[in-house]
Design a protein around this ligand. Structure first.
Ligand code: EPU
Length: 440
């Protein structure tokens, strides 16, 4: 039965939450373990659905995965991997986008891979053309079928000279996970350089890979014939940290995020300070709070790292509905990442969407028909509403809007949020929110 979350809004969120390993790194490091000839050990693993999905996928390919939820320690033993039944793989169709990253490791291990239809958040088309293009360049043969993709490497995988049309995180990971055991040298231009990519490189380097990152977004990988295991502690989830920081701002609260690290949040923290949020840092985490003064509007553009990340945009838009004046947000990474604003508008926010690039830099969506710029006028009084969660980050932004709003909100689709936020119901309850859960 589906769960219904009922929120009585209007209480500031106050207290402490604990953030563990990054959703956008941990499942990928689990995939990396497949490349090893020895077991790996991963620390700081959160209890999120993407970790469950990758655990299941690894298990059906013969990897022994042991995990202690409380300590966050996971061991992965890939010494007896085999090709899984297509029907077993297919049960994961539509669950997540991570399965596409199994292509390289499974081809190295078993000579072939079958990838089910992908899932993930509905925030645009989310094509996989870059992934398939780079794999073909390594020598893979791609056979698209109705149920998924069969991919094989009859002549083995060979290093290649590659360039991405856009610095895609997933496609960069695809190249790394394929090139490390490919024959010869791979050079990838216009690669993503997100902190999660650097953490994945650290893992692969521990396993024996030879990877050089240049300052111009070029990554060079010298293929090796064998990789061992790794022992690694994931970087903390900077997107979850930014979400709680915005929640403190929106609800006029004060939240200490244990486990948070300042380093990979530079662009977020600059914006947080400009809008009027306060933060402080200690050895164990970071504290975020509303300074008491009216929030200030601003002009914001999402970008690839080191810019303001697209996953920080949605909770920040909720904060901007409370700022005193007109703000502009230009989304340049995904063409369709403002769908969540419809619910905010129903709650009383004033948000207009535009097809034009309303930022300083025209982006690749500019001359096309996508509502990818938002004009937000504040401050707006938010009132409770019935909400069906559309995607992970948009869904979290709905939650914090409902927590700040006057009156009752009934929220469905909350399972989507557990894809990326562990124990989020317990966390908001622990911060003093007035909530209840029922089945419907
Ligand atoms: N793109 C293509 N073709 C491809 C791949 C990507 O056109 O083959 C486009 C996408 O449509 C998008 C842009 O390139 O417009 C960037 O996509 P990217 O490949 O960088 O995204 P991703 O790897 O699919 C990861 C995160 C996202 C995060 C983005 C950007 C994971 C599992 N997901 O997605 O996280 O927004 O990078 O940093 O790591 C989230 O956490 O809620 C989330 C969506």
């Amino acid at each position: 039965m589906a769960k219904l979350l009922t929120i009585q809004g209007g209480k500031p969120l106050q207290g402490e939450v604990h953030v563990r390993g990054a959703k956008n790194l941990v499942p990928k490091s689990m995939v990396a373990s497949l490349l090893g000839s020895e077991p790996s050990e991963l620390h700081n693993v959160p209890e999120i659905k993407d970790v469950d999905i990758v655990t299941n996928l690894l298990t059906i390919h013969g990897v022994k995965v042991d995990r202690d939820a409380a300590s966050g320690v996971m061991t992965l033993d890939p010494r007896e991997t085999y090709s899984a039944e297509h029907s077993a793989i297919d049960t994961h169709a539509g669950d997540s986008r991570i399965p596409i990253l199994f292509c390289g490791p499974l081809m190295h291990k078993n000579g072939e891979a079958f990838i089910p239809d992908l899932g993930g958040c509905r925030i645009g088309d989310r094509p996989i053309n870059y992934h398939l293009e780079v794999l073909r360049n390594f020598g893979a043969v791609v056979d698209k079928r109705a149920t998924g993709i069969h991919i094989s490497a009859p002549k083995g995988l060979r290093g290649a000279k590659l360039e991405l049309p856009f610095p895609s995180v997933g496609a960069t990971e695809q190249v790394l996970l394929t090139a490390v055991l490919a024959e010869g040298i791979t050079e990838l231009k216009n690669s993503a350089v997100e902190p999660e990519i650097h953490d994945l490189i650290a893992i692969l380097q521990q396993m024996g890979a030879i990877i050089t990152v240049y300052t111009d977004r070029t990554i060079r990988i010298e293929g090796v014939s064998r990789l061992s295991g790794f022992r690694h502690r994931s970087i903390p989830d900077r997107n979850e940290t930014a979400s709680w920081a915005s929640a403190a701002l929106v609800t006029e609260g004060d939240i200490y995020v244990r486990g948070a690290a300042q380093r990979d949040l530079t662009a977020f923290l600059n914006t947080y300070r400009k809008i009027g949020g306060e933060f402080e840092v200690d050895e164990e985490g970071m504290r975020f709070w509303h300074a008491g003064e009216p929030l200030k509007p601003l002009v914001l553009e999402t970008d690839v790292h080191p810019g303001f990340m697209t996953d920080w945009q949605q909770p920040m838009v909720v904060a901007l509905t409370q700022a005193n004046g007109v703000s502009i947000v230009h989304e340049t990474v995904y063409e369709n990442r403002f769908g969540f604003t419809q619910a905010l508008t129903r709650m009383g926010a004033s948000i207009q969407l535009h097809r034009e690039c309303l930022g300083s830099n025209p982006c690749r969506f500019g001359q096309r028909n996508f509502l990818h710029s938002a004009v937000i006028s504040g401050p707006s009084k938010l009132t409770g509403a019935d909400i069906d969660i559309p995607d992970l980050r948009g869904g979290f932004s709905h939650l914090i809007a409902a927590l700040a709003a006057k009156g009752t909100s009934n929220v469905t689709g909350i399972e989507i949020i557990s894809r990326g936020y562990e124990y989020f119901i317990d966390k908001i309850a622990g911060l003093g929110a007035d909530i209840s859960i029922s089945e419907r």
